[in-house]
Write a protein that binds this ligand. Sequence first.
Ligand SMILES: [Ca+2]
Length: 352
Amino acid sequence: MLSVTEGQPNNFVIEAFHPNPVQICAVVTQALRSGEARISCVPGVTGSTVKIKMIGIENRILALREVEVFGVPLAFQNVAFNKSATQSSTNNSKVAAAAVDGGATCAETSNSDNPWWQVDLGGEHVVHQVIVTSGRDERGVILVEVGMATNDPDRQPCNTWELRDKMLKVLCAAGATGTFVRLTLLEKNRVLSVCQVEIYGHPLNVTNLAVGKMAVQSSTVAPASRATDGSTSTDSDGHSCARTQSQINPSLQVDLAADYEILQIVITNRGDCCAEQLHDIIIDVSISGDGAFSQRCAVVKGHLLLGETRHIPCVAGVKGRFVNITVPGPSETLSICEVQVYGTTGGDLLLL
Ligand SMILES: [Ca+2]
């Protein structure tokens, strides 16, 4: 889809090309009115370059205030197709599954407050874009969330959508990961009707990037390499946990040996004692081992529980080779039984 804001052209063609041959996205033959015009591409047009050119008219000026292009990276699949779907209630046999079966029928809830529809992707995914075709042309706000469980109280908001057209396209915040995607109509006594939901993303890379990789610590009581030995055993005496001396701002660094976009860090705390040592963790990702070009991935408030394995999502767009974990304070001990790092070499995930 291409959106032209306050343009004045008429008789123009929109093409997409590279690396494929030129394909016609749309031909516009009527004059655009002042304001915004939305032009849908014919289905299946692909390319990395978009050209807008006037046709059949000589000696004219092409004036465009803003051009926006919406689409989906080719590498991503519709991961919602034929997956298991549920909804807060079902009206008139319009079951939740109808929204992911590729057919024309629609899912629909009964009249209720904050009605919702949800799909189980069957495993943890990185969610990039959600496209919803609504069954009703009503106004309202739809909240799109990504969660780890059916009724995950810690669902992360992916984005919200002001319902204006029948079609919703939502780009999720980079790095949004989860198994369940839920749409909630944030209105009272309303029906949520969705005819098609497409979710573009990919399964979370199940490869732990950190396992077996080099790790170093600011000081050593137990070797840093135990934090990346692949064992999540939480017995500190079991030779699977790393530990620093008591010192100022103790830290542990994992060298992933290549640059990645970091999506999630998983940290396992020791389980034999001293859970509170692992508190207010700061996680940074850097391009070089000396911490240069560092980006903040996450700060975890409070301390991990005894033996807890905590999944910590990175903020959007953090890239680098070195993961640095620090416990701030004048006299602290950093003890970690395992660090798992998940990410992607995809680099520029949201090119559009
Ligand atoms: Ca370990």
